[in-house]
Design a protein around this ligand. Sequence first.
Ligand SMILES: [Zn+2]
Length: 306
Amino acid sequence: MKLTVKKLNLAVFLVLVAATAQAKLNVVATLPDFGAIAEEIGGDKIKVTSIARGTEDQHFVDARPSYVRVLNQADVLIEGGAELEVGWLPPLVNGARNNKILSDAPGHVILSRSIQLLEVPTSPVDRSMGDVHPFGNPHFSVDPANGKIIAARLAETFSQLDATNAAFYQANLQKFNERLDKKLAEWTKLLEPYRGTKVITYHKSLNYFLERFGLELVGTIEPKPGVEPSPSYVNALIPRLKAEGVKLVLIEPFRPRKTPEYVAQAIGAKLVLLPGSVGGNEKVKDYLSLFDYDVEQIGAALKASP
Ligand SMILES: [Zn+2]
């Protein structure tokens, strides 16, 4: 009997040693873009779960209660902040009761704090009016230059929480930056001939992308972020867009199609489905392929355009 207990203890000890040796940082990202960048930096030293899917509206994510358990086990929570996830993340985090990911814990990363946000209101925004961007535009990951800032922030966090692998994370950060810089130069060159082209989007979700590549946003299908258009709004929008000479109507694949199709036809513009996030369609599998795809779509649409 004594021997059995000893053997059992030894077995438990060995399992624990093995578990410690292989313990991966358990990382939860609110959005797939953050998760994809985390994977670039963390490689096989981390386990990544992304809550939102790339085919969802980032403001209105169908966050299943099972994520409470996932967050309970997390070492790191990466969120965008600026109230992007305010409608669905707080109940999950509260339910998870995990000190490692509570505000100001080293494992709680709020990316918007590291980013120069666009469209920060100069006066308080009345949320009763339905605007879901009260602290500025939270869709910053669609600028690849912001992708580098996100990557650096994650490398810093992973290195702090898992110092043994700090050199690994830093090396991955450098590799990621090199690949991204090379790609960014290619994307910029591809879209260079179309600088100043006027476009509209459904939501203000592509502003950082458009600004990076010199496309001009002259309107949105939504009158305000998160507010659906009324017929009178759309009818007033059309002559303005016509007068501006808008060439493209850019919408994410998950947006309602009817109004964008109607507007595109009315103003003689092309409707282009443009994923705004990793996983937005089956071709956009990681962070760099998001831009490979989107840049190619825009380039092809404008090349064929009169
Ligand atoms: Zn938004």
